[in-house]
Design a protein around this ligand. Structure first.
Ligand code: ADP
Length: 320
């Protein structure tokens, strides 16, 4: 009998629970035993591993977050720590591991596969949509809806007060969440990490917009590009209009997963077990052009790049 373990790692994302459920139910369907590893690689190291049954994943499909818990555990970069983790898996006679997380988490899975020939399957779970080899990651669509709802609310109030609003959106080095939310929310200005930030041009455009008779302006910007409160102050000083920055922050990570993410997570969870059943390991799962695909996890991390949605960006510039 195959024994498979599943863990969630890195930043949590809505739909991770649905993915765990997919893995558990499909594994049981195939007659495998399933184990849950609590708190990501930390739990793997601490041997916090427990058998999961059919009912362990009851009522989780609609819940955000991850019931297995997640953790940042940089110690996993240490080979001795990984050796202990693999020893724990072997002690339970577990022969394969499904890792749900972002590219950092894939790195851990890649190393275990490389060093120990231990078959791992990576499932992309992050709101950032920044994982190579997939068009969408689990959690992105839900976070997009959350960010959009916030932008809609900001629009109401900034329009009433002739105000400039800056919205800081998550995504780390990937502008997908910002781009999607900004286009859907009708934001006039979009600043993403993949394109240079033209601060001066932005301020001039805001000024020009109000001269033309705009009642408000919404600027969508990805996190880590600049201090948005400082930018707000600068715009206020120069354009002479009240300017407020709103950092959406972790609200974007929570909430019930939308239908798209639940379906994607369920399909990917089942697909992971299908691959392991066929004896395929060291792969990461993606959805590309509507089809489930799998890539070599090592190749994906080292050679594959996520393409920037240049067409979305160009589109947005004509909607000003
Ligand atoms: P995400 O998976 O969302 O990208 P992180 O980058 O924080 O999030 O990675 C999650 C976890 O994966 C880390 O806390 C660590 O335990 C593990 N990890 C990340 N990078 C490496 C690495 N280079 N080697 C081994 N493990 C890693």
């Amino acid at each position: 009998v195959k024994k498979v373990a599943v863990l969630t790692s890195g930043g949590d994302a809505p739909g991770m629970n649905a993915a765990i459920r997919g893995v558990v139910r499909a594994a049981l369907f195939e007659g495998m035993e399933v184990y849950g590893v609590y708190d990501g690689y930390l739990g793997l190291y601490n041997n916090n591993i427990k058998r999961l049954e059919r009912f362990s994943v009851s009522d989780v499909i609609s819940r955000g977050g991850t019931f297995l818990g997640s953790a940042r555990f940089p110690e996993f970069k240490d080979p001795a720590v990984r050796a202990k983790a693999v020893e724990n898996l072997r002690q339970h006679e577990i022969d394969s591991l499904v890792v749900i997380g972002g590219d950092g988490s894939y790195m851990g899975a890649k190393l275990i596969t490389e060093e120990y020939g231990f078959p791992c399957i990576g499932i992309p779970g992050t709101i950032d949509n920044d994982v190579a080899g997939t068009d969408y990651t689990i959690g992105y669509q839900t976070a997009l809806e959350t960010a959009l709802e916030a932008i809609d609310r900001l629009r109401d109030t900034s329009s009433s007060h002739q105000r400039v609003s800056i919205v800081e959106i998550m995504g780390r080095h990937c502008g997908d969440l910002t781009l999607g939310a900004a286009i859907a929310g009708g934001c006039e200005f979009i600043v993403v990490p993949e394109r240079p930030f033209e601060r001066e041009a932005l301020i001039k455009k805001v000024e020009y917009g109000f001269q033309k008779g705009k009642r408000h302006s919404i600027i969508a910007i990805t996190e880590y590009i600049c201090d948005v409160n400082e930018l707000a102050k600068e715009i206020e000083d120069r354009v002479k209009l009240e300017t407020r920055a709103t950092v959406l922050g972790h609200v974007q990570r929570g909430g019930a997963p939308c239908a798209f993410d639940r379906i994607l997570a369920s399909r990917m969870g089942v697909y992971a077990i299908e691959l392991l059943k066929q004896g395929i390991g060291g792969r990461c799962i993606g959805i590309q052009n509507e089809k489930l695909v799998h890539h070599d996890i090592i190749d994906a991390i080292t050679n594959m790049k996520r393409p920037f949605k240049a067409d979305w960006f160009e589109t947005s510039r004509k909607l000003y």
